[in-house]
Write a protein that binds this ligand. Structure first.
Ligand code: FE
Ligand code: MN
Length: 299
């Protein structure tokens, strides 16, 4: 198993490749990261992005870091992306992703991913079991097109991160299975990044279904990476492992092994309040990685 870290904890803090690459290698002792697009905005001007891509390559070479993928952070996720009710906003999300793939290509990052989008809430606040069929068809068409685009920028795979929200897709294992089948002919593979902390939430899942096993049974073979976080199982906490919670790293490792997924990289994905001190964040991330590395790998 390989333990890596999503750079979500660096947002607004260790914002340049020189800063995060040194920290990941020297303070955390890791060599694998997932770059967050909360650190690089694909809509920045070309020359700014080109400089950032070069900096990623240089800092990673210097510190022996591999960037597994570029992942949508909280900023872009906020805008409902590919399922926004306005077609023009969906187009803008496609444009954003196209620029994200171009950046990844330039930075030497071979994969990109994140949550896909969210439909609007209804006036009566009733949440249906799934998004309308027309929205689903439009989403699949856009994902096919995006795979073509990503291939053109030198990427070899794309990732979908399922979210525990009924306005998004996919939020159930069956929906994820269906989407994988519908994307089987894509130019490069659309795989899954499964967030452990999303699968265990109740609601939206019934208490007996709020487990990772139904996801691994449905889409285990399509799952290329894992996110872990500590959680109370009530909301999507993204706590680190210095907090008490319901996620047991040993059980995570055992479950992945049982499903034949021990070779998939596991990324710690934690978020902190902006007002938390830098020292507290560094201390807690360092202690979390020290707890997880013996169980989930690490280099
Ligand atoms: Fe996640
Ligand atoms: Mn999450």
């Amino acid at each position: 198993m390989a333990l890596g870290i999503n750079l979500s904890f660096c947002v607004k803090r260790w914002v340049t490749p020189a800063l995060w690459a040194r920290l990941v290698r020297e303070d955390l002792g890791l060599g694998l990261v997932q770059l967050s697009f909360d650190l690089v905005d694909p809509l920045w001007p070309d020359e700014v992005l080109d400089k950032a891509a070069g900096d990623v390559r240089q800092a990673c070479a210097e510190h022996g870091i591999t960037v597994h993928s570029g992942f949508i952070g909280l900023a872009h996720y906020t805008f409902n992306q590919l399922l926004h009710p306005e077609p023009g906003v969906r187009d803008a999300a496609e444009h954003w992703l196209t620029r994200a793939y171009a950046f990844c290509g330039k930075a030497g990052i071979r994969a990109a991913g994140g949550p896909l989008g969210a439909i609007a809430a209804r006036p009566d606040a009733v949440e249906a079991d799934e998004i309308p069929a027309a929205d689903y068809a439009d989403l699949v068409a856009r994902l096919e097109r995006l795979a073509e685009t990503a291939r053109g920028h030198g990427l070899s795979e794309l990732y979908i991160e399922p979210t525990p929200l009924r306005r998004e897709w996919p939020w159930t294992p069956a929906q994820a299975r269906r989407l994988s089948d519908d994307l089987a002919g894509a130019a490069i593979p659309w795989r899954y990044c499964l967030d452990w902390g999303h699968a265990i939430l109740s609601p939206p899942y019934a208490p007996e279904e709020a487990r990772v096993e139904p996801w691994l049974a449905a889409i285990g073979r399509d799952t290329g990476a894992i996110h872990i976080q500590q959680s109370d199982g009530r909301l999507d906490r993204h706590w680190d492992f210095t907090e008490p919670g319901v996620v047991d790293p040993e059980a995570v490792a055992a479950t992945l092994a049982r499903f034949g997924l021990a070779d998939r990289p596991v990324f710690l994905e934690v978020f902190y309040p902006f007002e938390e001190t830098d020292a507290a964040v560094l201390d807690r991330v360092r202690r979390s990685v020290a707890m997880l590395a013996p169980v989930l790998g690490g280099e």
